[in-house]
Design a protein around this ligand. Structure first.
Ligand SMILES: N[C@@H](CCC(=O)N[C@@H](CS)C(=O)NCC(=O)O)C(=O)O
Length: 208
């Protein structure tokens, strides 16, 4: 019997969620293994052997090979299961998706991450000393990025062009995490952003 690939995951964690949505889009069955972040299971020696960064997600292949980094995992799944295409059909579209995706990760997700690390939920865990000024600055940059997305989404239906791609998956998951756990829900007047969010998150695969 062939073993399924395992995905190390934790409910509510945004990065593994990106892989779950990609797997659902491609109809790939994975074995989900919960890594209890509350118990710091992602920092155990055993887990560090799977991913020296001590972060989830990790995809473990049938032969025990481990792949960390959400996008490395998603690209691996796309190479195995090319349809539906989420990373680009030709040289130009691939570059456009990569550009938009890097901007979302480096300019939006990283700011949300800084607000999270310096915010009240992480403070309660007592792991790091929050820096209020850092949080304020990332809150502002996150809100500015939302306004930019709203403007871009006035010109096209999806973030990298006319169709749904990996960029929309990453961005919608970032917005959901920021809204639910970081106190950074986009303002209701950002109508293009909210219409896009509904288009993306109402997909059956997204809910799965
Ligand atoms: N760049 C990594 C980020 C992974 C990441 O930060 N995962 C979070 C959960 S969503 C985590 O494991 N955090 C624990 C930590 O940073 O110690 C990826 O895309 O997979």
């Amino acid at each position: 019997m062939t073993r399924k690939m395992k995905l190390y995951d934790f409910p509510g964690a945004p990065n593994p969620r990106r892989v779950r949505v990609v797997a659902a889009e491609k109809n790939i069955e994975l074995d989900y293994v919960t890594v209890d972040m509350g118990k710091r299971e992602h920092k155990t020696q055993e887990f560090i052997q799977k991913n020296p960064s001590g972060k989830i997600p990790v995809l473990e292949l049938e032969d025990g090979t481990c792949i960390g980094e959400s996008i490395a995992i998603c690209r691996y799944l796309e190479a195995l299961y090319p349809r539906p295409n989420l990373f680009g059909e030709d040289a130009l579209e691939t570059a456009q998706i990569e550009m938009a995706h890097r901007q979302i990760e480096l300019e939006l997700m990283s700011q949300i991450g800084t607000s999270w690390v310096n915010g009240p939920v992480v403070a309660k865990m007592g792991l790091v000393e929050p820096i209020e000024a850092a949080k304020q600055r990332s809150d502002d940059l996150t809100r500015a990025y939302y306004r930019r997305m709203n403007m871009e989404l006035g010109r096209r239906d999806y973030l990298a062009g006319a169709r749904y791609t990996m960029v929309d998956i990453t961005a919608a998951i970032a917005v959901d995490f920021a809204s639910a756990l970081v106190g950074l829900k986009p303002d209701s007047e950002l109508g293009n952003l909210w219409a896009w969010h509904e288009r993306v998150t109402s997909r059956a695969e997204f809910v799965a």
